[in-house]
Design a protein around this ligand. Sequence first.
Ligand code: NAD
Length: 496
Amino acid sequence: MKTIEHWIDGAATAGVGSRSGPVWNPATGREQARVRYAEVSDVDNAVSAAAKAYPQWRDASLAHRATVLFAFRQLVAQHAEQLAGIISDEHGKVLSDARGEVQRGLEVVEFACGVPQLLKGDYSDQVSTGVDSYTFRQPLGVVAGITPFNFPMMVPCWMHPVAIACGNSFVLKPSERDPSASLLVARLWAQAGLPDGVFNVVHGDRVAVDALLDHPQLAAVSFVGSTPVARYVHGRASAAGKRVQALGGAKNHAVVLPDADVEFAAEQLCAAAFGSAGQRCMAVSAVVAVGSCADGLVEALRRRAGAVRVGPGRDEASEMGPVVTPRARQRILGYIDGAAGQGASVVLDGRQAAVPGDGFFIGPTVLDHVTPQADAYRDEIFGPVLSVLRVSTLDEAVALVNANPYGNGAAIFTASGEAARRFQREVTTGMVGVNVPIPVPMAYHSFGGWKDSLFGDTHVHGPEGIRFYTRAKVVSARWPQREGPVSASYHFPTAT
Ligand code: NAD
C-alpha cells in the first residue's frame, strides 16, 4: 500500500517515526494509502530547515519573489486537473467541486503575485524640519499552517502563498485525512524555483501540532479547523508567545423573508447546504423561515434536495459525493436519528442513500420545525443535513442568528433593500450574503468569522493576510546639513 511521506528541505522523507494513519477512498470505503505521522523530531527538522532557508528568502528581492510566485501560479494552473483528482479521491467531493476548490486556491496565489504592490510602505516628507518618516513591513520568520480536511488545497493556499510572498518560510501540517494534495503543491513550489526549506510539509496528529505550537523558532501559527481545536491552538500558541489566527467551526444561517423568491432561494440553499456533502465551513446548515414563506419554502427544499444526484466524486454526473470517513458518517447519522425525538420532522431522510458499495454516502436530509435547543441546531453537524427553524419576524430571525455562538457567515434572501441593509448591519457574523448563500470573499478581500468562528483578530488572505505575516517598522530619518546648526533640544521631541 502507498505510504505518504513528509516534505522537508526540498525532498520527500519518511521521517523518524513508525506511526501512520489510514487515508480512505470515501467513494469505495476502502483504505487507499497510509500517511506517516510526524514525531517531535520530524517537526524540529522541518522548522530547522525553514529557519535555515529564511535569511536568504527574506532578503530575496521583491522582483525575484514575484517571479517565483508567477511560476508557481502557472504550475498550479497546469496541474489543476491532477490536483482536483487527488482531492476527489481522498476527500470524496465531486470533481466539479474539487476543480472549484483548486480555482479558489489559485486566486490566492494570484493575489500573492502582487506582493511588490501589497508591501508598498508609506512616506511622510518633512514631518519636522529636515526630518522624514516612513513605514515598511518585514516578514516574521518561520510560520506554520495547520489545516482541516474539507479544503485540502484551498485552505493551505489561504496561508502559504501569502506568507511566502511576504518573505517568510513555511511549515504546513495538513489534515491527515487527505494529505496528498499538499505534497504535489510542495513539488510545484520546488519546480517554480522556491529555495529548499522555504516550504515544508509534516503530516500527522496532535503530536505534530503540539510540537509546532511549542516550537521556540516558530513566529506565528495560522490554524483552520473545528472550534474546540481552534480555541486550544490559539491558547497554547499565544502562551508560547506566537502570533496566532485560529479559524473555527460554523453554523451558517440563511434567513428567508416572505417577500423572497422562494424557488430561487430553495435552489441556492440546496446547493449551499449539500454541495461537498455539507462539509464546508460556509455551508448553510440552518434556514430561518420568516412568517408565511415557511410551508412553501420547506416544500421547495424537499423537492430540490430530493433531486440531488448522489454518487462517487469521480462520476461527472454526481452532484454530491460521500462524507470523508466512516466515523464522520456514523456521527452525522446520529444527528438524524436523534432529530425526531427532539421535536423535528424529517422531511427528507438521507439515511438510506441508494449508492451501491461500501462508500460513506448519506443522502440530502431536510429537518423542519427544528428548535434552537435541538442537537441538530446547536452542534456543527458538518454533513448533508439542513435544519429549518421557523420564526415570525426579521427581528426574531436576527436575534436567533446572533444568539448562536458561531459567527462565520449569514445570508438573507429578500426583495427588500431596507431589510437587507438592516440585516447586514445588525448580524454578528464576519461574512454576510444578500441573496448570496455562501458569501466567501475573493482573495483580495479577507476571509474570517466572528465569535467562536475565529480566535485571534486577523482574518486570512487579502489585506489582513499581508498584515498577519508581516510586522511594521517606522523610521524617522534626518540627514543634517553639515554646515547647519547642531544643537539638540532636551525636551521630548515635537515637530518644529
Ligand atoms: P479538526 O479541528 O478536526 O482538524 C483541523 C486540524 O487540527 C487538522 O490538521 C488536525 O490534524 C488537527 N487536530 C485535530 N484534532 C486536534 C487536537 N486535538 N489537537 C491538535 N490538533 C488537532 O477539523 P477537521 O475535521 O479537519 O475540519 C472540519 C472543521 O474545520 C469544521 O469544524 C469546519 O467548520 C472547520 N473549518 C473552518 C473554516 C473557517 O474558515 N472558519 C474553514 C474550513 C473548515
